[in-house]
Design a binder for this molecule. Sequence first.
Ligand SMILES: Cc1cc2nc3c(=O)[nH]c(=O)nc-3n(C[C@H](O)[C@H](O)[C@H](O)COP(=O)(O)OP(=O)(O)OC[C@H]3O[C@@H](n4cnc5c(N)ncnc54)[C@H](O)[C@@H]3O)c2cc1C
Length: 381
Amino acid sequence: MDILKYTEEHNDFRKRLSEFLAKEITPYADQWEKDHIVPKSAWKKMGEAGFLCYCLPKEYGGIGGDFLYPIIAAEELAKTNQTGLMASLHSDVVVPYIYTYGTEEIKKKYLPRCASGDIITAVAMTEPDAGSDLAAMTTTAVEDGDEIIINGSKTFISNGINTGLVIVAGRDPAIENPYAGLSLYLVEDGTPGFTRGRHLEKMGMHSQDTAELFFTNCRIPKANLLGEKGAGFSMLMAKLQQERLVCSIGAVAGAQLIVEEAIKVLKETKYTTGRSLTKTQSVQFGLVELLTDVKIGRTFVEKLVAEHMEGANVLTETVMAKFWTTDMLNRTVSKCLDYFGDDGLSEENLLARGFRDVRIMTIFAGTNEIMKMVAAGNLGL
Ligand SMILES: Cc1cc2nc3c(=O)[nH]c(=O)nc-3n(C[C@H](O)[C@H](O)[C@H](O)COP(=O)(O)OP(=O)(O)OC[C@H]3O[C@@H](n4cnc5c(N)ncnc54)[C@H](O)[C@@H]3O)c2cc1C
C-alpha cells in the first residue's frame, strides 16, 4: 500500500520534470562541476518550464501545489548527478519564507520573479563564528528612519554568487536576549554595501556556488523586514520541519539511485572468477542490507510527509529522519565504493562524485549531532 497518494496531476508533473531534467540538466552536470557554478540560464529554463516554486498560488507564478510537489522535485533532482542547481532550497525552503511572512507588496514584488527563475534566492544565517548556535550571530540590523542598516558577514551561503535576493538574519544590538532580537530581512543583489567575498572551494558539491557575503552599512527599506521584528528565530524554527523532510527524502532518493546503479554495474562486470560480484554471497548480503535501509528510510519519511501534510507536529521524528537518512546515504555510497574497487574512485564513475557530494548532508540543515540534541530535548531526556 502506498503511503503517499499521488494524483494524476502529481504523476504528470513528475514525468514532465524527469524528462526536462534528463534533457536540460543532467547532460551539463560535468561542465558545471568544472565551472563550479550553474549558469543562471539553467535556472531560467527551470522557471519557464514551471519547475520552480510550484507551491505558490497561481497569482504569484506557481500552480498552488501541495507538499507532494517538493517531494517529487527532491526525488527527481537527486537523480541528476549534480548538486549545483539547488532548486529545492530556492523553491521549498527560501521562497516559502517570503510567501508566508512577506507583506502583499513584497510578495507581488518578488514572488513571480522567483517562480520564473529571474531571481535566485538564498538564506544567510551562518557566520564565521556562528553555525549551529544561532544565538552567537553578530550581524546587526539597526533601524534608521525608514531604513534598516545591516552590518556583518555571512559564510557558506548556498547560491551566494548567483543570488538576486538574500534573506539575511540579523539582530538588534539593543536587545540583550539574542533570540528575541533576531529578525529576517530581504536584501537585493546590487544594494550598496552588499558585496560577495570568496566563492568557496569545497571538498564536494563543486557545481554549487557557496559564498561569503558581506554587509557594510547596507541600507534597505524598512518594508524589507520579513514578518514581525524580533520573530526571526521562531520563523526559522517554524520552517525547519519542512526543510528537513525535503532533505530526508532527497537522501533516501540518492541512496536508492546509488545502490540501484551499483547493482546494475556489478551485475554486468565479470571478475577474475568469470562471475559477476553479485554472485558472491557476502556482496549479495551487503546489497540486500543497503536496499533494506532504503526501504526503511522511505517508509519512515513518507509516513512523516503524510503526517506533516495533515498538519501534525512531527518535529522529533523529523530530526530523527534527517540524521538517520543522511547517515544512511553516506554508508550506502561508502559501501558501494568498496564493491567497485578502484573503478569507484575514477572520476568517470557516479560514485566518486557522490561520495564527496553526500558528505555535507550530515552537516547542513542542522548537523546530525544537533538533530540528536533536539530529539533528546523533545523527549525530555
Ligand atoms: C555546502 C554548504 C552549504 C551551506 N549552505 C548554507 C546556507 O545556504 N545558509 C546558511 O546560513 N548556512 C549554510 N551552511 C552552513 C551550515 O548550515 C553550517 O555548516 C551548519 O549549521 C553547522 O555549523 P558550523 O559548520 O559552524 O559547525 P559548528 O556549529 O561549529 O559545529 C561543529 C561541530 O560541533 C558540533 N556541535 C555544535 N554545537 C553542539 C552542541 N551544542 N552539542 C553537541 N555538538 C555540537 C556540530 O554538530 C559539529 O559536529 C552551508 C554549509 C555548507 C558546507
